[in-house]
Design a binder for this molecule. Structure first.
Ligand code: FAD
Length: 475
């Protein structure tokens, strides 16, 4: 029996897509890199995912897990072909009020989880700007962050347990509600593994109480540097606000053209700051931020009047990438991170690179944790512009690394950053990671060719080959 027949038998014909146009739709995520799916399947539960894994292993076909496909590194693009496993039908939410947690299907949309928790006075803290579309499975696989992860931590801080389908189709539960589980942190191994070790079918997530009070502030600055300096000073004043988001003038103008969120289009940079907690503390912290902003030359400091105004400001921030469609048919979004103290000099270098390559660059980023998102708006059909965009991108990553940063702040590695892994990891580091992948996924079916560059352990899909290690190294 062919693997396609086996999949139809296991999942039912309605849950197996094979038409060229359907395959085309699932052959790419939100990055620019397209793969080619052989088949797209929609399992309804962990048992069906397990069947898919067994079939893939028996036929040596790659498996690419996919949530909503909002990833920006080609993680969910089937670049080696194979079976795209879409989790969106696995969408149950079971809230456990006593433990303030919830078992959530991998295909649940991030915002739907917080909407389900809100009537109980709870919410799920990680809030990627894509939260109206991205799934919990994708959040777990990429260890995603978001504007409100500055104070609360990224997804990994909110995952208590996981249900995962591993090699051989084995369904395991890792972690749980216990505050300090014994043994190896296997759940920690899966969070951030980008679909390369197994398929997450459910996550046990922590739910936090809704904040008693909140102040959302909009500060306008005459330069990006003065906004970035304010961010550093806020943190060094001993506060960790719920969010500190920065947008430059071009980005503000793009958003305003589209949404009319009331952002000041004449400011060189806008800082969206949010503080939460008890009213007294919130008022005191908002005052400190306003003072620091004014001391750095802020031309206006505005506090959201009410919940509607606050929601409008956040909509402006979270819709920023969508606003780019007015400027150019494509965009290339970088994700890098630097220590907050190096923000100012890094931003100056980023603008210099864009000018030198004559590129239209806009910036919107989680300034509080030094996570930059320089975004180039361009037309990908022009090969010369394409070349410049990628060369400029490499320079931006290089400058972030030189300034003490990391390859990725929150979007992951996928294919986009895979071949840059050697700038950060030694041969031995990569070999250790590749050995771990081999141990968990011996047949190499889970998302092959992602994250680890070719030759990390001479491990390629379809065969395992060892490469020579430096003399004296024990293997
Ligand atoms: C407009 C926009 C704004 C964004 N803002 C943010 C942001 O603020 N913060 C941030 O961190 N990211 C952001 N992102 C990136 C992206 O939304 C996140 O990485 C998100 O978590 C991906 O979820 P998804 O369901 O779309 O995953 P997909 O894109 O479908 O998959 C992402 C990766 O996870 C793997 N995967 C998916 N589901 C599973 C599963 N069940 N088990 C195992 N592996 C799985 C895939 O194989 C792939 O490697 C943004 C993207 C866009 C387009």
């Amino acid at each position: 029996m062919s693997y396609l027949e086996a999949l139809r038998g296991a999942l039912g014909e309605a849950n197996v897509l094979e038409e060229p146009v359907e395959l085309h739709l699932f052959s790419k995520d939100a990055s620019l890199l397209r793969g080619q799916a052989n088949v797209v399947v929609f399992p309804q539960d962990a048992d069906q995912v397990s069947e898919v894994v067994k079939i893939a292993e028996a036929h040596k076909v790659p498996i690419v897990a996919r949530g909503a496909g909002t990833g920006l590194t080609a993680g969910a693009s089937p670049t080696e072909g194979g079976i795209v496993v879409v989790t969106t039908a696995i969408d149950s939410i079971e809230i456990d009020l006593e433990n303030r947690s919830a078992w959530v299907g991998a295909g649940v949309i991030n915002l739907d989880l917080s909407a389900a928790a809100a009537p109980h006075g709870l919410h799920f803290a990680p809030d990627p700007s894509s939260q109206s579309a991205c799934t919990i499975g994708g959040n777990v696989a990429n260890n995603s962050g978001g504007p409100h992860c500055l104070a609360e931590g990224s997804t990994t801080s909110h995952v208590l347990g996981l249900e995962v389908v591993l090699a051989g189709g084995e369904i395991v539960r890792l972690g749980g509600n216990a505050p300090d589980p014994i043994g190896l942190d296997l759940k920690g191994l899966i969070v951030g593994s980008e679909g390369t070790l197994g398929i997450v079918t459910k996550a046990l997530v922590r739910l936090l109480p809704l904040d008693p009070d909140v102040r959302t502030m909009l500060l306008a600055f005459p330069t990006v540097e003065s906004a970035a300096t304010t961010v550093s000073q806020v943190i060094s004043a001993g506060m960790v606000p719920a969010a500190l988001e920065l947008m430059d003038q071009r980005m503000v103008q793009a958003v305003e053209n589209w949404l009319q969120a009331g952002l000041p289009v004449d400011a060189a940079a806008v800082l969206l700051a949010e503080v939460v907690g008890e009213t007294e503390g919130v008022e005191a912290e908002a005052e400190i931020i306003a003072d620091l902003g004014r001391a750095n030359g802020a031309t206006s400091v505005e506090v959201a009047r009410d919940e509607t105004h606050r929601a409008t400001l956040w909509k402006g921030r979270k819709s920023a990438f969508g606003a780019i469609a007015q400027l150019a048919p494509d965009y290339y979004l970088h994700d890098a991170v630097v220590p907050r103290t190096r923000l100012v000099e890094t931003m100056s270098a980023v603008y210099e690179i864009a000018d030198r390559y004559d590129l239209t660059m806009l910036n919107v980023f989680h300034a509080g944790d030094g996570n930059l998102h320089p975004l180039v708006a361009f037309d990908a059909s022009d090969p010369e512009t394409n070349r410049k965009v990628h060369e400029a991108g490499d320079e931006i990553v290089a400058i972030c690394l030189k300034n003490g940063g990391a390859l990725s702040g929150e979007h992951g590695i996928g294919i986009e950053k895979r071949d840059m892994m050697r700038t950060t990891f030694t041969e031995l580091d990569l070999d250790a990671q590749a050995r771990l992948k081999e141990a968990v996924d011996p047949s190499g079916v889970f998302n092959p060719s992602k994250v680890l560059p070719a030759g990390s352990r001479c491990f390629d899909f379809g065969g395992v080959r060892r490469k020579e290690l430096p003399e004296g190294v024990w293997v």
